[in-house]
Design a protein around this ligand. Structure first.
Ligand code: CA2
Length: 135
């Protein structure tokens, strides 16, 4: 399960210099073609509680979660707690290298509960996260 947080529905539509010009829907189609053996699902929400509910919903049955909590990464104790509360391993991903950006983006409430973190590879970060579950 790929879970994306706030504003990632704008990918490919705004700020292409930072986030590229591919929509996540188009990229998700590419991922499904690349990994036909997997049952990939995609969920996006701009609402913190909805993200927590989705993490709880899938977090005991699914094989893996690729989570880009977007700006909530840096603020949400609730999403961090949800990641720690579930059994399904979570790989935290970011499109940009958050460590090259503002100081407030250097903090993550997700990382301490994650299996690993992949950031800074553009949309390829998601591909690498999926591969990490396969190897
Ligand atoms: O680099 C990432 O993947 C981020 O999680 C993206 C978040 C940002 O707050 C994190 O610090 C790093 C922002 C996502 C916003 O996405 C947009 C996409 C297109 C246009 C505007 C925002």
């Amino acid at each position: 399960m790929i879970i994306n947080g706030p504003n990632l529905n704008l990918l490919g539509k705004r700020e292409p210099e930072v986030y590229g010009n591919t929509t996540f829907e188009d990229y998700f189609e590419q991922l499904k073609s690349k990994f036909p053996q997997l049952e990939l699902e995609y969920y996006q929400s701009n609402v913190e509680g909805e993200l927590i509910s989705k993490i709880q919903e899938v977090g005991f049955d699914y094989d893996g979660i690729v989570l880009n909590a977007a700006s909530y990464t840096h603020t949400s104790v609730g999403i961090g707690d949800a990641v720690k509360a579930i059994n399904t391993p979570v790989v935290e991903v970011h499109i940009s290298n958050t460590h090259k950006r503002e100081d407030f983006r250097h903090i993550s409430y997700i990382s301490s509960g994650a299996k690993g973190v992949i950031l800074g590879f553009g949309l390829q970060s998601y591909d690498l996260a999926i591969q990490s579950f396969l190897e």
